[in-house]
Design a protein around this ligand. Structure first.
Ligand code: NAD
Length: 495
């Protein structure tokens, strides 16, 4: 791991690409508009980024369609696509530190998280998905002897991916790896708050040998570039990760246009349940802190609702308050930093508003609560824990997307499950118990796409990632992700 000074030096020398990447080349937005990329840790401008709109979307969709129809990628044998995607994974690995610095500068994430999580996970997702595509077979249906029924998966065509800012490189990779591996052409619209790393990814994709037009990146705002993509009649699949509100809009846009398939992976308000038979309270407490304070709480699976069995509440709280001390917000480029800056001023204000709301609703600030840790110098917030929280409070029900933990309690298993499920979201849940039967019982009853027992956030490329209820229904990673980007084709042959 580099030192603070080395990361700083790299941050000063790294190339900041700001133009759209369409048909294999970088270009400004047709209208010439740009927006500034701001470093949230310093409030300084990093560079200007092309602000694409409907005209750029038309160009990118045409380029993607043309590439798809030409077969330059879609007709390649899966093994050939695999080799090129593996080259891309190698290039991401080679330039991993550069990509790490770009996201850290752009959205305030600690560099240690980029190096420990985002970059290796992105490489693994590319490799695992690429490796899988030449090992998948079609089916022959059990029809009669006078027919042959073939069932195969075909690439869907033009895929648009709209991604959030909290894991810019990783969220993009989770979409583009399976979409490209399946043979589609892809247009990625990153969040306007963090577009820099994926523009560099586009350059690496070209270097790896992905043909022009097959992978395009359109930076721009949601209501312009994003909406135009979602309404476009020549986009076949729209894969989205972001808020539930915008996910709902995208479903409407699909209905208003060509009924494109829309995959929604949305917000969360995940519960953590700590039972009195938990075998390692220290570990549960330090994980509870990590589950809300890592990446500044800007994590879709953040366990922002903590429910501890009443009998161990005091003991647990002591350990949790101790663990929270490790997350004092600091310079994201310092490798020892465990909590960086919030993505922008608007997010800082949202978090401050929710902290005030929690207090107004009767919550007790156990630690933190100071909305702006260093006024005028970056968007830093203290790790905040609010006690006496109950499900009737708005701040317990709504996604804050910041380092604010609501701590409540329960008396028995039935109540724990009821409290966990009493929320519109259903992304993840963490359960701490030493009782195997209870672990299974509770996991079954919890309404969420993912459950972690005696841990939080675990998973690798072999496991699907996604939620239920207002957290959406799409799944990233694993072979299930490939299904999102393919159509089932049947051929009935009369013999
Ligand atoms: P957001 O919904 O505001 O934006 C997500 C993306 O949608 C951005 O690229 C944005 O430009 C675009 N967008 C916004 N309005 C649009 C519109 N009208 N039409 C088309 N596109 C539009 O979300 P965000 O603030 O970037 O990200 C935070 C959210 O993402 C949180 O709710 C978080 O829980 C969620 N998230 C979910 C997962 C998951 O896997 N389920 C992972 C990461 C983040």
């Amino acid at each position: 791991m580099k030192t603070s000074a080395e990361w700083k030096a790299l941050s000063e020398s790294v190339t900041l690409l700001g133009q759209a990447f369409i048909a294999g080349r970088f270009q400004g937005a047709v209208a010439g508009e740009t927006f500034p990329a701001i470093n949230p840790a310093t409030e300084e401008k990093l560079t200007d980024v092309a602000s694409c709109d409907a005209a750029d979307v038309d160009l990118a969709v045409s380029a993607a369609r043309e590439a798809f129809v030409s077969g330059v990628w879609s007709d390649l044998a899966p093994g050939d696509r695999k080799r090129i995607l593996l080259r891309l994974a190698d290039l991401v690995e080679k330039h991993g530190d550069e990509l790490a610095v770009l996201d850290s500068l752009d959205m305030g994430k600690p560099i240690s998280e980029m190096v420990g999580i985002d970059v290796p996970d992105s490489i693994d997702c590319l490799r695992w998905t690429a490796e899988s595509v030449d090992k998948l077979y079609g089916e022959i249906a059990p029809t009669g002897n006078d027919t042959l029924g073939l069932i195969s998966h075909e690439p869907a065509g033009v895929v648009a991916a709209i991604t959030p800012w909290n894991y810019p490189l990783m969220m993009a990779t989770w979409k583009i790896a399976p979409a490209l591996a399946a043979g589609n052409s892809v247009i990625l619209k990153p969040s306007e708050k963090s577009a820099l790393s994926v523009l560099r990814l586009a350059e690496l994709a070209k270097e790896a040998g992905i043909p022009d037009g097959v992978f395009n990146v359109l930076p721009g705002f949601g209501h312009t570039a994003g909406k135009a993509l979602a309404l476009h009649n020549d986009v076949n699949v729209l894969a989205f990760t972001g808020s539930s509100r915008v996910g709902g809009l995208l479903m409407e846009y699909a209905g208003q246009s060509n009924l494109k398939r829309v995959w929604i992976e949305a917000g969360g308000k995940s519960p953590m349940l700590v039972f009195e038979d938990c075998e390692d309270i220290q570990k549960a407490a330090s994980t509870a802190a990590a589950a809300i304070f890592s990446n500044q709480g800007e994590v879709c699976i953040a366990c922002s609702r903590l429910y501890v069995q009443s009998s161990i509440r005091e003991r647990f709280m002591g350990a949790l308050l101790e663990a929270a001390k490790a997350y004092q917000p600091r310079d994201p480029l310092d490798p020892d930093t465990r909590m960086g800056a919030l993505v922008d001023k608007a997010q800082l204000e949202t978090v401050a508003r929710y902290i005030q709301l929690a207090i107004d609703e009767g919550g007790q600030v156990l630690t933190g609560g100071v909305p702006e840790a260093v006024p005028g110098q970056g968007y830093f917030v203290e790790p905040t824990i609010i006690g006496d929280a109950h499900n009737g409070m708005r701040f317990v029900q709504e996604e804050i997307f910041g380092p604010v933990l609501a701590m409540g309690e329960f008396s028995d298993e039935a109540e724990a499950i009821q409290l966990a499920n009493d929320n519109r979201y259903g992304l993840g849940a963490s359960v701490w118990t030493g009782n195997l039967s209870r672990a299974h019982r509770v996991s079954r009853k919890i309404q969420s796409g993912m459950v972690w027992v005696n841990g939080w956030g675990g998973g690798d490329s072999t496991m699907p990632f996604g939620g239920v209820k207002a957290s959406g229904y799409g799944r990233d990673k694993s072979l299930h992700a490939l299904e999102k980007y393919t159509d089932l084709k049947t051929v009935w042959i009369s013999l």
